[in-house]
Design a protein around this ligand. Structure first.
Ligand SMILES: Nc1nc2c(ncn2[C@@H]2O[C@H](COP(=O)(O)OP(=O)(O)O)[C@@H](O)[C@H]2O)c(=O)[nH]1
Ligand SMILES: [Mg+2]
Length: 170
């Protein structure tokens, strides 16, 4: 199982998503702290909302295999800058929650995530459970382990360590 780190503004649906992925009933809890021992690392939205605290997100991300930006489909504005993936050194994915909302604007949020550098984007509703299975399938299985030499060989090709090798070099 890939260990996933969630970041996004308060009310984006991070804690609800964590509950759904654990198979729990939805129940509201204000996120007060981050526990990096869990398979899903939930964070308080205040980290993403403040310039000063957001540096903490980069630090927590090193505990994870994959970093996810979580944004609700009905969010009115975007907190994440373009090319955000550049400072994270982990595969960056996007998770759009609240796809069931009557105010959902999925194409707009998807565009924000593409600009941020998300390599995969999942659409979920924590309320109806729609899209959760696809995300679970992505999280199943561990990241490929590699030696330092293999990682350096990929860097020589201009690849990230998580990028697949071109067919000709396999
Ligand atoms: N309609 C709808 N509401 C959701 C969804 N996910 C979360 N919520 C609601 O949005 C509010 C904030 O959710 P929460 O998970 O605490 O957000 P967090 O601050 O990012 O952890 C709660 O009232 C949730 O019940 C969703 O997919 N659809
Ligand atoms: Mg929360």
């Amino acid at each position: 199982m890939k260990k996933m780190f969630l970041m996004g503004r308060s009310e984006a649906g991070k804690t609800s998503l964590t509950q759904v992925l654990k198979g729990e009933e939805l129940h509201y809890v204000k996120t007060q702290y981050t526990n990096s021992k869990e398979d899903v690392i939930d964070t308080p939205g205040e980290y993403a909302e403040s310039k000063r605290f957001s540096v903490g997100l980069a630090c927590f991300s090193f505990e994870a295999d994959v970093v996810a930006i979580v944004q609700a489909a009905d969010e009115p504005y975007n907190l994440f800058s373009p090319c955000l993936g550049a400072f994270i050194l982990r595969p960056l994915i996007g998770i759009i929650t609240k796809t069931d909302s009557p105010y959902a604007n999925v194409p707009m949020v998807e565009q924000w995530m593409i600009n941020a550098g998300c390599r995969r984007i999942f659409h979920v509703s924590n309320v109806t459970g729609e899209g959760v299975q696809e995300l679970m399938e992505y999280l199943e299985g561990d990241l490929e382990q590699m030696t330092v030499e293999e990682a350096m060989a990929k860097q020589k090709l201009g690849l990230n360590e998580w990028d697949p090798l071109p067919e000709t070099l396999k």
